[in-house]
Design a protein around this ligand. Structure first.
Ligand SMILES: [Zn+2]
Length: 277
């Protein structure tokens, strides 16, 4: 059976259903009927929603179908821009769908994490952050390019150092065994299977009582470059940064595995957040 081009009007309708009721199955079913392999489209659009680039609240609140389609198109254009593709009316072509696979899903809709960053500004925040890394993640072997391996905890330590030492932040971190002692929980869980979303940072709501969570997808075939890039990005959220509007940085929404460490721009933003400069 010939594959049909995804229809944006239908997609917008399905997204609204997803928001209001039964979850991703609703969307998948719509595409299945059309013999379109929807998993990458759905995953990509859900990533957009999670990253705050596509507002389902806005979608659901718009009565006119045309306006809904317009919002979906704008979101798809975001992917195309980040992916360095031609921005052509938000059409979900093959390249765009493939670009969506490396589009991150991060919960960073809160503007910044004041509970943490208050510390650097001499406010009532935290000067020390206690991290608890789930044991099965902490000891997970992450293959290195040289054919050896490092533990995930070691790589996470490097990611933290890149921000703290690189940005000269007034912050001390410590790993703790008891999760109830931790400000930040770092875990691996099933997020969405191999590919697509690799990690998510939950930076919580207001107040310093809440534990922050950094999640890695346990299904990924991690290597050091990918894990370090993902960990540095997610910890960037934990430490207060939102996405960088543009490619080529650790905090870019679009994952670029050639970026290994925070760029000068990333560090400058972090220092602004922490009041270092
Ligand atoms: Zn992110």
């Amino acid at each position: 059976m010939a594959k049909k081009k995804p229809d944006l009007a239908e997609l917008a309708g399905a997204l609204v259903q997803f928001w209001s009721a039964d979850g991703p199955q609703e969307i998948t079913d719509v595409w299945k009927k059309r013999s379109v392999d929807s998993s990458d489209v759905v995953a990509g659009l859900r990533s957009l929603v999670a990253s705050g680039d596509l507002s389902l609240t806005a979608l659901a609140g718009v009565a006119s179908l045309d306006a809904r389609v317009g919002l979906a198109i704008e979101a798809i254009k975001v992917v195309q821009r980040f992916g360095g593709l031609k921005v052509i009316d938000g059409i979900l072509g093959r390249k765009t769908r493939s670009a969506m696979k490396s589009f991150r899903s991060c919960n960073d809709t809160t503007k910044s994490n004041k509970a943490v960053t208050g510390a650097g500004k001499g406010m009532s925040g935290l000067g020390v952050l206690f991290f608890h890394i789930q044991p099965k993640l902490a000891s997970r072997a992450i293959p290195t390019a040289s054919g050896g391996s490092e533990t995930a905890q070691f790589v996470i330590g490097n990611a933290l150092d890149a921000w703290i030492i690189g940005g000269k932040l007034n912050l001390v971190t410590q790993f703790v065994d008891d999760p109830s002692d931790a400000n930040v929980l770092v875990v691996q869980e099933n997020i969405d299977g191999p590919g697509n979303t690799t990690g998510i940072a939950h930076i919580g709501g207001k107040g310093i009582e809440q534990q922050l969570t950094c999640r890695f997808d346990e299904n990924e075939e991690w290597n050091e470059a990918m894990f370090l890039n993902t960990a540095t990005h997610e910890l960037g959220h934990i430490l207060g940064l939102t996405h960088e509007p543009g490619p080529g940085h650790i905090m870019s929404a679009f994952q670029d595995l050639s970026v290994k460490h925070p760029t000068p721009r990333d560090l400058e933003r972090m220092q602004t957040e922490w009041g270092v400069k």
